[in-house]
Design a protein around this ligand. Structure first.
Ligand code: ZN
Ligand code: ZN
Length: 133
């Protein structure tokens, strides 16, 4: 079981099973929502359970052409990721309290990263979006 919580502790979540991927997203939206970039944990939607604070989660649906919902705690502002996204969950790894058991494999949307941020590891780099599967 992988546990996660927001900064104020109102929102708690649990992930069962093995996540499918952990990656870094450098898109302009993740940059603004989560910092310089976002570490994103993805797995099967049924494996994610919101343990508490469902009523504290605000969800902002994106304006086209954007497709990624933003979910965050209305008490502390912690970015939670998209949470449910079709058949998958997309959780901001920044809220994890436990080790997800897998390591990042790729950088996504590298074309959108700010020039002042340099990637200095050997992970795969994708110019646009790519969901490992
Ligand atoms: Zn919170
Ligand atoms: Zn992103």
């Amino acid at each position: 079981m992988i546990r996660g919580s927001c900064l104020c502790g109102a929102v708690r979540l649990e992930i069962s099973g093995t996540p499918r991927s952990l990656s870094y997203c450098h898109c302009s939206r993740c940059r603004k929502a989560e910092g310089v970039f976002a570490a994103v944990l993805i797995g099967a939607a049924d494996d994610l359970r919101i343990v508490s604070g469902e009523d504290r989660i605000r969800r902002i649906e994106p304006e086209p052409p954007w497709t990624h919902r933003r979910a965050f705690c209305d008490g502390c502002g912690s970015a939670l990721g998209e949470l449910q996204s079709g058949a998958m969950y997309v959780v901001a790894a920044s809220v994890l309290d436990d080790d997800p058991g897998i390591r990042p494999t790729a950088h996504l949307n590298v074309e959108s990263k700010p020039d002042w941020y340099a990637i200095d590891d050997d992970l795969k780099k994708f110019p646009g979006n790519y969901v490992a599967g």
